[in-house]
Write a protein that binds this ligand. Structure first.
Ligand code: SF4
Length: 369
């Protein structure tokens, strides 16, 4: 058995930690690249949304490199993510690739658990008693690494806007994430976090700078994966912006499991705020994108960057609503539609223009106090 999973942001760090700690062989798919995307695009319907194509590309590359078991998160209607696992399987079979499939249910319902039970039957025969015994501890280590990764990324988001040498925060972040990735066991994770905080904080900073405050909202895959969004978070930071986002792995896992009171309360707050414009749940992150923009305007943020994949149904709705939210709540909103084209230079130009506009608003006294 060789397990693989989608390559999304820093997800490989905690997935790898779980597999390694439980002694389960694994293969991390290569970093999402133009080649990954080309494989996904070539083998999918052109109308399907971008994350579908990228994840398909991840799976093809991983299977070609020797993985034989795909672990994929499940979802439900009304979003297309609920169909990803079914359609991916049909395409991979048509391509003649051999694999076993395991869906992690997004909600603990009886049908989902029964499906999971069926899918794990052949896999269970290959697992040893040691794999079973260490699995709970492996989940704990994976969870700790996930929280630690998010914590260090959030620290970097604060520091980046004041860095003196462009790119220095990102270099330091990559280094500390590497330390965290290599950490074995709880104590080493704690040490890696402490060392990581120190390294990020020691990035040379200009304390006289007054960074703008911008929130990134939108479809979770495009918000959380810098390879897909062209490094929006880093680019904004390097333009002197302190970035916030509420979409993290922990947010979505807590939501599915019904734990993490603070994050759930925050999402509920966003959802409630969206009711000014949306009377029902549109699906995926749509209501949260709208509600969070309203809340950030009330909190005095300078702007919002809204990320959406081309052909994403819920975020297309959000984009239309956000035009009105921007006018009503006096907050600039930049919607970036991401597709399979090379977006890097376009993204940079749009972000620079957005930050110039924020500067103009500040100079004219139009920005929030
Ligand atoms: S949220 Fe949008 S991009 Fe994500 S699966 Fe649904 S339709 Fe596709």
């Amino acid at each position: 058995m060789k397990v693989t999973f989608p390559r999304l942001g820093t997800m490989h760090i905690f997935c790898k930690a779980i597999a390694e700690t439980a002694g389960i062989p694994y293969l991390v798919p290569p970093l999402t690249s133009r080649k990954t995307l080309a494989l996904g695009v070539k083998n999918s319907n052109e109308c399907i949304c971008l994350p579908f194509k990228v994840i398909l590309g991840n799976f093809i590359e991983a299977l070609q490199r020797g993985a034989d078991t795909i672990v994929m998160v499940g979802s439900g209607p009304p979003c297309r993510l609920g169909l990803y696992d079914l359609v991916h399987q049909v395409i991979l079979e048509d391509l003649g690739l051999h694999y076993r499939w395991l869906t992690i249910p997004s909600r603990l319902t009886w049908p989902a658990l029964m499906k999971n039970h069926e899918e794990t039957k052949p896999l269970r025969k290959e697992l040893t008693p040691k794999n079973y015994l260490t699995f709970p501890y492996a989940l704990y280590i994976g969870w700790r690494k996930m929280l630690a990764t998010e914590h260090l990324e959030q620290r970097a988001m604060q520091v980046r806007a004041r860095e003196v040498i462009k790119g220095s925060t990102q270099r330091n972040l990559q280094h500390v994430l590497q330390l965290l990735d290599e950490a074995k066991g709880g104590r080493e994770i704690t040490e890696a976090v402490r060392e990581g905080e120190r390294i990020i904080q020691e990035t040379e900073q200009d304390s006289g700078r007054r960074p703008f405050k911008v929130a990134i909202v939108g479809e979770l895959y495009t918000v959380m994966d810098p390879e897909i969004n062209g490094g929006v978070e880093q680019r904004l930071g390097e333009l002197g912006v302190t970035v916030t986002r509420s979409s993290w792995f922990s947010t979505h896992i807590n939501r599915s499991l019904g734990i993490g009171r603070e994050q759930r309360r925050e999402r509920l707050h966003f959802y409630e705020a969206s009711k000014e414009y949306l009377r029902y749940d549109v699906g995926a992150e749509c209501n949260v994108s709208v509600g969070e923009t309203i809340v950030r305007a009330q909190e005095g943020y300078d702007g919002v960057v809204h990320l959406m994949p081309f052909a994403c149904m819920p975020e297309t709705t959000a984009a239309a609503v956000l035009k009105q939210v921007s006018k009503d709540h006096h907050i600039p909103v930049l919607t970036l539609t991401l597709d399979e084209q090379d977006v890097e230079s376009r993204t940079q130009t749009l972000l620079e223009a957005f930050v110039d506009m924020l500067l103009w608003r500040r100079d004219k006294g139009l920005a929030a106090a």
